[in-house]
Design a protein around this ligand. Sequence first.
Ligand code: GAL
Length: 412
Amino acid sequence: MKLKQLMTGAAMTALISGSAFASDVEVLHWWTSGGEAAALNVLKDDLGGQGIGWVDMPVAGGGGEAAMTTLRARVTAGDAPTAVQMLGFDIIDWASEGVLGNLNDVATAEGWDAVVPGALQAFSKHEGNWIASPVNVHSTNWVWINKAALDATGMAAPGSWDELVAVLDAMKANGITPLAHGGQAWQDATIFDAVVLGMGDAFYKSTMIDLDPAALGGADMVEAFNRMAKLRSYVDDNFSGRDWNLASAMVINGEAGMQMMGDWAKGEFLRADQKPGTDFECIRFPGTQGAVTFNSDQFVMFEVSEGRDAQLAMAKAVMDPAFQSAFNVVKGSVPARTDVPNTDFDDCGRKGMADLADAGNNDRLFGSMAHGHSVPASVKNAIYDVVTAHFNGEYDAETAAAELVNAVESAM
Ligand code: GAL
């Protein structure tokens, strides 16, 4: 076989350009929707331009559960990918297993300590060592509204739970599906993040972070589940199993009024050439204004015998300020470093950046339970099970609150 046929395009470019990187990075990720793939291309092109070869290892499935299952199988088989997209507590779990590469040299040379917010560093560092390179900050307490569908209600974007219900009722009366949703556990949990936060910062903290049994099983939790059931009543009959980006498409094409989803949804609106303020509105989930439930995609590098240069080059590249702007403009997220200008961002992105900074300053920034930043995966999955069983009508609100206490206790 000719040398050319044996090499990937990027490796060939590296060879021709005389780059120092002898190997590629194999990247395991779950960015397979249109908007996600567009953002991924920004990363691939950036790395390619620096002579870093890319071997794609996509595992479809929003929220990354399937990707994490594949990762576990690969590592067990002694075949870890070189770079992996990862969230929150999963990073810490893998770091504790002692299989992640140390990024201190590049972090020190690039001054990461000074520009990455502490809330992110809690997941990028383990025992004082940098083990992940954060590419973005997403947040889950957003609502994406079709502007024409909102205008047709004659109402303003909702600012409170009661206003939200009024808008959803009006959309229903107008003959569209009020709420676009995909019945998958992580999507139910994404709405649950926002509903719980909407009942107060203290309630979110005591339940989703501190796992206080009294709060998990108390009257406010019953109310949270009642609100989940209310939202369930606005979903169409075909919601079960639907992928999140197909739910976004329903809002984009006017079949549905709104979607409650993290800001990766904005990537889908942008891909469809929609403009914030004109075609769609982005608002914080009513009742959560000023607070943020965040998640941050980070890249971890597994320890490898060959290819460390390419890994370190990738870790450095994703933290480059110009790259962080270009990537996050497309992805819908905001930069993971505090020194990136908002110049190239649209109104939703600028709001996301300002909200993140304000929430951080005002002690209103919380890790997203649904996306692995408030509790370890075992507890997260236990919460998922109860939230989904309730959403599908298996439990009433009182039973769900009681089951939540049991499920969390057995997972701890
Ligand atoms: C999140 C991830 C985002 C986006 C989303 C849907 O967990 O942080 O980057 O990919 O899942 O797939």
